[in-house]
Design a protein around this ligand. Structure first.
Ligand SMILES: Nc1nc2c(ncn2[C@@H]2O[C@H](COP(=O)(O)OP(=O)(O)OP(=O)(O)O)[C@@H](O)[C@H]2O)c(=O)[nH]1
Ligand SMILES: [Mg+2]
Length: 341
């Protein structure tokens, strides 16, 4: 908190980073340093930084919402970075500007994988039409959600018309990410054994397009087999939100095969979106969910940051553990106390 309680905190931050107006103008003009800096501020654990970056974001909000938002997920080693390099380069050749936000589940690991990505996304990283940014997951799922959404909006305001949000398909972040994107691509690959079991069913259900990568060389026929397996499996799934039946394709990110088809399916999907359900109404729903999520997160944080309430929680915890009070009754009393304070 610190500075946040200080009435002059906004003034001090403006002196340090530039005025809100200045920063928002620079973001809109596509200044990458300012964009990076504002994303860093929004990821800060300092509330005054968060508040400040939100002020900037609010100023540029009218400039957001015009991109194609693509979620890409898949287990470690499936070829996400390679795919994003190939797919991203393909899109840049089509005249698009790409921002890649990589949600990293463990910040300790991120140092390594970012270095790896620098070489795997070399062409993309060098292009002036691409912006690559790891998004630290933070301690909570709420952290993933807010950081990534705010970064996404800042990138849109900066003129990126295609935003790729990458997650490692092992955790819960996929469900969160699926709430901020338009289309969700799931990458899988042969060579890792029990394919269908390897990925959580919940993640498969989120996918609009399943891509079996590494369909090249000696892995080609196995990739095709897996694609067939998935093809029959997805027939059992309910259509996704805009009445779309999940598709399955093979590709080779390494040899640049099948990328064109993936793009045309993406376009078809977006078109279908506008026919079935307007994409902007979809995004309004996403904002509604975001608001509710933030309220919950906020309350949660406030309850647990209150010393008195924490003591009370501990007290009730003991009572619950010896069977004197029911958890539900304890929770009721604790919340009541919190609201009364
Ligand atoms: N044969 C073949 N190998 C591929 C293909 N795409 C990626 N690879 C290889 O698979 C390995 C992992 O690729 P990455 O792109 O780093 O995979 P990733 O999903 O980003 O991995 P993490 O970042 O660790 O989760 C590398 O050795 C790539 O060269 C492909 O299309 N064909
Ligand atoms: Mg990677």
């Amino acid at each position: 908190m610190g500075n946040f309680r200080n009435r002059n905190f906004l003034h001090n931050l403006e002196k340090e980073y530039g005025s809100i107006k200045e920063l928002s103008n620079k973001i809109v003009s596509g200044d990458i340093r300012t964009l990076s800096r504002c994303i860093t501020l929004s990821e800060s654990s300092r509330e005054d930084h968060q508040f400040f970056s939100r002020k900037v974001l609010e100023k540029v909000l009218p400039m957001t919402g015009n991109s194609l938002r693509i979620g890409i997920s898949g287990p470690p080693g499936v070829g996400k970075s390679t795919f994003i390099e190939t797919f991203g380069t393909f899109l840049i050749e089509k005249g698009r500007r790409i921002a890649v936000l990589a949600v990293d589940p463990s910040s300790s690991k991120s140092g390594g994988s970012i270095l790896g990505d620098k070489t795997r996304m070399e062409r993309l990283a060098q292009s002036e039409n691409a912006f690559i940014r790891p998004s630290p997951a933070g301690k909570t799922l709420g952290g993933v959600s807010r950081h990534t959404r705010e970064a996404l909006l800042l990138c849109e305001a900066s003129g990126y018309d295609t935003i790729i949000v990458e997650t490692v398909g092992v955790g819960q972040s996929e469900a969160t990410v699926s709430n901020m994107i338009d289309i969700f691509l799931l990458l899988i690959s042969p060579g890792s054994g029990d394919e269908l079991q390897g990925i959580k069913r919940g993640i498969v259900e989120l996918a609009d397009l399943i891509i079996v990568n590494k369909a090249d060389g000696s892995l080609k026929s196995e990739a095709e087999n897996i694609a067939r397996e998935y093809n029959s499996a997805v027939k059992l799934l309910r259509p996704t939100i805009n009445n779309w039946n999940t598709r399955v394709v093979t590709c080779s990110a390494l040899e640049n095969i099948g990328i064109e088809e993936i793009w045309s399916i993406t376009e078809e999907y977006i078109q279908n979106f506008d026919n079935e359900k307007n994409i902007s109404s979809h995004r309004k729903e996403q904002f509604q969910k975001w608001l509710r999520e933030e309220i919950t997160q906020n309350l949660n944080k406030q309850i647990y940051s209150e010393k008195k309430i924490n003591d009370l929680i501990e007290l009730y915890e003991e009572k619950v553990l010896i069977g004197e009070v029911l958890p539900s009754a304890a929770a009721y009393e604790i919340v009541k106390k919190f609201l009364k304070k």
